[in-house]
Design a protein around this ligand. Structure first.
Ligand code: URA
Length: 259
C-alpha cells in the first residue's frame, strides 16, 4: 500500500513510459496521443473501456466524446464525478477508423492497464463492454451474460470486485440499453460501500512486530552521504525500454492535470 502521493508519482512515471510506446507499430504511427487514462489516482472505483476514439485521440483524455457524456450522466446519477474515479482503457492508442482492438494489440498493451490497476488499487473495477470484461476475467464469456453481476476476482495480485456493464457507446443509439446501463450503475454505490474484498494471504501487510527490522523506513528522498541523488537514479532507471521511443517533449496540455 502506497501513500496517495507515491501512487500519483508512480502513475506519472508509468504515463511517461506509455507516451513513448511503440509496441504496436501501426497504432504508434496513426495515433495523435497516447490516452493513458485520467482521474483520481486514489480512486476506489475504476472504469475500464475499450480504446480511445477520435475525440479521445485528439484531446488525450478518455471518454470525452458522446459515450463519455453518457458516462458522466450515469456517474452523476449515482452521486459521483469524474475526479472521484479513474478511467482507463484496454488500449491506450486509437485503432484507426475505430476498428476493434486486435488480440496482439491487447496482448502488448495490457501491461500498462495491469500496472495502473496495481498502483491505483481500486476496490471496484467496472468494465465497460466486452473487451475490458474478457481481458480482466481471462474468459470469453460475453457482456450480455455478465452485465450487472458483481464478482470477486483476482486482477493481478489483488482481489477486486469486478462489475461488468454495457459499453456506453453501445447504448448510445439503443435507448433500452441505456435503461439497462442506468439500472446496473445503481448497484455501484452499494458495491463501493462493501469496501475491498478479502485479499490473498501474501498481500496482507506484516505488522510492525512481524518485521525483522522494525526501524522506520527511510523517507523516500533521504540520501546518505556519497549516495547517488534519487532524481538521477530515477532517470537512469526510467531510460526507455527497447520497445519505447523517447516520449515527445511535452504531453498534450490537457494531460498535465491528469491525476
Ligand atoms: N470508448 C472507449 O472505450 N474509450 C474511450 O475512451 C472512448 C470511447
Amino acid at each position: 500500500m502506497s501513500s496517495p502521493d507515491e501512487r500519483r508519482e508512480a502513475l506519472k512515471e508509468l504515463f511517461h513510459e506509455a507516451r513513448g510506446c511503440v509496441r504496436c507499430p501501426q497504432l504508434a504511427q496513426t495515433r495523435h496521443t497516447v490516452v493513458f487514462g485520467a482521474g483520481n489516482a486514489n480512486a476506489d472505483l475504476m472504469f475500464v473501456g475499450e480504446a480511445p476514439g477520435r475525440n479521445e485521440d485528439e484531446r488525450g483524455l478518455p471518454f470525452v466524446g458522446q459515450a463519455g457524456k453518457l458516462l458522466d450522466t450515469l456517474l452523476g446519477e449515482i452521486g459521483l464525478a469524474r475526479d472521484q474515479v479513474f478511467i482507463a482503457n484496454v488500449l491506450k492508442c486509437r485503432p484507426p477508423g475505430n476498428r476493434d482492438p486486435h488480440p496482439v494489440e491487447i496482448e502488448r498493451c495490457q501491461e500498462y492497464l495491469f500496472r495502473q490497476i496495481e498502483l491505483i488499487e481500486p476496490t471496484v473495477i467496472c468494465t465497460l463492454g466486452n473487451f475490458a470484461t474478457k481481458l480482466l476475467r481471462h474468459d470469453t464469456t460475453g457482456i450480455m451474460r455478465l452485465h450487472g453481476r458483481a464478482e470477486v476476482r483476482m486482477v493481478g495480485p489483488r482481489s477486486v470486485r469486478l462489475f461488468p456493464v454495457f459499453h456506453p457507446a453501445a447504448a448510445l443509439y439503443t435507448p433500452s440499453n441505456v435503461d439497462v446501463l442506468r439500472q446496473d450503475f445503481r448497484a455501484l454505490p452499494e458495491l463501493l460501500a462493501l469496501g475491498a474484498p478479502e485479499q490473498p494471504p501474501a498481500l496482507v501487510e506484516p505488522s510492525v512486530e512481524d518485521e525483522p527490522n522494525s526501524d522506520p523506513p527511510a523517507p523516500p528522498d533521504a540520501v546518505a552521504p556519497g549516495e547517488a541523488q534519487p532524481a538521477i537514479a530515477a532517470e537512469v532507471e526510467a531510460a526507455p525500454e527497447p520497445e519505447s521511443e523517447p516520449a515527445p517533449a511535452e504531453p498534450h496540455p490537457a494531460q498535465l492535470g491528469l491525476f
